[in-house]
Design a protein around this ligand. Structure first.
Ligand code: ADP
Ligand code: SF4
Length: 663
């Protein structure tokens, strides 16, 4: 290893625990619950070199649950055996495993237990209910429950505890004047608001062993009006608690400001939280860790060397590439699969769907698809891949790793497929990493040849005469020109007029100073990006059958940022409406509930309602597959990615990887 990244690989003491390096995975949910998958997921990060892993928020008492999500649990003794197995698995790879003790307070779902959510005060949470204001008995019970959780953590052999004093969950509901309007000894003054946290720290300390560390994840700035701030009480709490804790894991944001907490790349640039970490680091004698879309090894080193932080935390980057530390250490930095900040991971796990990732299709499959390991084939096959989008690139990469002889033919001048368009939309530049990482990996593989440009466009005859044994069709999908929606399944009358455009055409035409109607049911990044691009020079009206807009961007925490940009650009929104007809100079839209019609001026209409698979080649090849097999070397024909079903980039990558592992 060169000296350049040495700082990342120095050990550090968190109280009595020596962590082997400075790269840690802060706690993050995955909706895997406890058991083999959770164990495999955390152990993979230790195998990839993360020195410290913190198991996700684990409920310490049955008065809180995160249903419908399957999270961590430590509220009874039955939860101990699977956690001990996880600790052992992480230790086998030389890592340390802490557990995050959590009570959700007002923010817990409690849909499973049906117990009333508890909080410091009876203030609304945005969950369609108000919680119970905790009585003194409740406070006593929960303080004890944190101690009991620590006792179970000790018996599960965890190396340490991270208290969840962040993100607007119960401890931070007491700390913060935004959530706490009590007038007893647990509310009002800062010291009163800190009382619950201090009692919990004491209760936990009494129950851990001398060789366990106790720290906290802490929101230093809540990013809400009336909440804790890094130049006010947020920092004062750090000063006053100080080295009562062995380490601090500093974060920002609460539920009401979640797009600052788990910021997508369209909202914040890389390393966006570092000044908040520094505020704490400057005050504390004990180590401070922090996160915030840190993905680049040079940046990580600079954060350590310039005193921003003592440990560099990576949640999403550890999902996108659990082997980040190992690759840095082995000077394979260009092999790091950098996170694109799309938040597909968190959007799923927050809805109770097991975590997946756009960049890393092996997430959630670690036991069957060990990341970075490929079963090589005894008899390599000659494989032709048609189409070099995310699906085709990922397939070619995996098949190449396994030793097959692969030709990847892409008719465009560059690889990338849909990413080449989506990555040019405002604030989505980091999405190009999906293409760039795979392109670099393909160059590394001797048995993969990539051909691009018009000569690489494959017709049926080209495929027939190519000489391949396996043909993989990854020709993607195209935006429908007809405007069908889930509510109509029919073309919009007038769809064939010249002024009706696809998203790609719309950006080519860039119709300055005109009235543009976008009719959308995608509810995601393409419609948002096209609207934002066109709104700079045009009067844009956004029509959608949805009750709001950008429904796919809700759980990726992008919707607020998208709305801000579009409202600032003067975009008008007409929700609950579908287009009934496109005429020469206007369109007729109707309310999908009342049927009432509205006429809107429109020089151009752009459809972002649905995509359709480009599957003609696949259908032609498989119509008479038996005779094709007899007359050529072709044995198998497959379709992958959007060519089968147009979905998210994550699904296309997964589809390519899946076939690559099997072929
Ligand atoms: P996916 O997300 O499934 O990978 P994309 O639409 O991103 O789908 O990529 C499909 C790629 O296939 C595009 O880059 C397109 O140019 C390419 N392609 C489509 N048809 C052909 C063809 N007949 N020959 C070569 N490349 C093709
Ligand atoms: Fe990063 Fe997106 Fe993967 Fe999440 S899903 S880890 S944001 S690439």
């Amino acid at each position: 290893m060169s000296d350049q990244h040495n700082a990342l690989f120095e050990s550090i003491d968190l109280g009595p625990v020596t962590v082997p390096n400075r790269v840690f995975q802060p706690p993050h949910g995955n909706a895997y619950g406890l058991g083999d998958q959770q164990t495999a997921f955390r152990a993979e990060k230790a195998r990839g070199g993360f020195g410290l892993i913190v198991q996700e928020y684990s409920q310490i008492h049955e008065s809180t649950d995160v249903t419908p999500v399957d999270s961590g649990y430590i509220h009874d003794d039955e939860t101990i055996p699977p956690q001990r197995e996880m600790v052992d698995a992480v230790h086998d790879h030389g890592g340390k495993l802490f557990v995050e003790l959590w009570h959700g307070g007002a923010t817990a779902g409690n849909y499973g237990s049906r117990r009333p959510p508890l909080s410091a005060s009876q203030l609304p949470t945005g969950n369609y209910y108000t919680p119970k204001e905790m009585e003194h008995d409740d406070i006593q019970k929960i303080v004890e429950a944190f101690g009991n959780g620590a006792d179970r953590a000790r018996r599960a052999d965890y190396d340490g505890i991270e208290l969840h004093a962040a993100h607007g969950y119960l401890i931070s509901q007491f700390l913060s004047p935004f959530y706490n309007d009590r007038d007893d000894e647990y509310g009002g003054s800062l010291e009163n608001r800190m009382r619950f946290f201090r009692e919990i720290i004491k209760s936990v300390r009494e129950n851990v062993s001398d060789d366990m560390a106790v720290g906290a994840r802490y929101t230093i700035d809540e990013r809400v009006e009336g909440g804790l701030t890094a130049d006010g009480d947020g920092l004062e709490i750090v000063r006053r608690i100080g080295d009562d804790l062995d380490f601090w894991d500093i974060d920002i944001g609460v539920k009401q400001s979640i797009d600052d907490m788990i910021a997508p790349s369209r909202r914040h640039s890389k390393n966006y939280q570092i000044d908040f970490m520094k505020a704490a680091t400057d005050e504390l004698d004990v180590p401070v860790g922090g996160t915030g879309r840190i993905t680049d090894p040079d940046d990580a080193v600079a954060l350590l060397e310039e005193g921003y932080v003592d440990m560099v935390g990576m949640a999403r980057q550890s999902i996108s590439d659990p082997h980040w530390p190992r690759k840095v250490r082995e000077e394979r930095v260009d092999e790091i699969r950098e996170c694109i900040g799309c938040n597909v991971c968190v959007s799923q796990s927050r809805q109770g769907i097991p975590l997946t990732c756009t960049q890393n299709p092996t997430v959630g499959r670690e036991a069957i698809w060990p990341p970075e390991e490929y079963e090589t084939v005894d008899e390599p096959k000659g494989i032709l891949v048609v189409g070099g989008g995310p699906a085709g690139m990922e397939f070619a990469r995996v098949a190449g790793e396994r030793g097959h002889l692969v030709h990847l033919n892409e008719k465009a001048e560059t690889l990338g497929g849909r990413v080449n368009f989506e990555g040019t939309l405002p604030d989505l530049g980091e999405w190009n990493r999906v293409r760039d990482w795979r392109a670099t990996e393909l160059e590394r593989l001797d048995d993969v040849a990539v051909h691009t440009g018009s000569k690489a466009e494959m017709s049926y005859d080209d495929v027939e005469s190519y000489g391949a044994e396996v043909v993989v069709v990854a020709t993607g999908a195209s935006w429908s020109e007809k405007g069908e929606t889930s509510g109509t399944h029919r073309p919009v009358p007038g769809w064939d007029r010249d002024h009706v455009l696809t998203p790609e055409d719309a950006l080519e035409v860039d119709p300055s100073g005109r009235d543009v109607v976008i009719f959308d049911e995608e509810g995601y990044n393409v419609s948002a990006g096209v609207a934002q691009s066109l709104a700079a020079d045009n009067d844009v009206t956004f029509v959608t059958p949805s009750a709001s807009a950008f429904d796919q961007a809700v759980h990726t925490f992008e919707r607020g940022t998208i709305f801000t940009a579009l409202f600032e650009s003067g975009v008008e929104f007409i929700s609950h409406h579908a287009l009934e007809e496109i005429r020469d100079d206007d369109v007729v839209a109707a309310n999908v509930h009342s049927g009432e019609q509205t006429t809107l001026e429109a020089d151009y209409v752009v459809f972002t309602t649905m995509r359709k698979s480009n599957d003609d080649l696949y259908r032609d090849l498989t119509t008479n597959l038996d005779s094709l097999r007899q007359s050529t070397e072709i044995e198998e024909v497959h379709a992958i990615g959007d060519c089968v079903s147009p979905r998210r980039i994550a699904d296309a990558v997964y589809s390519g990887h899946d076939l690559g592992r099997q072929v």
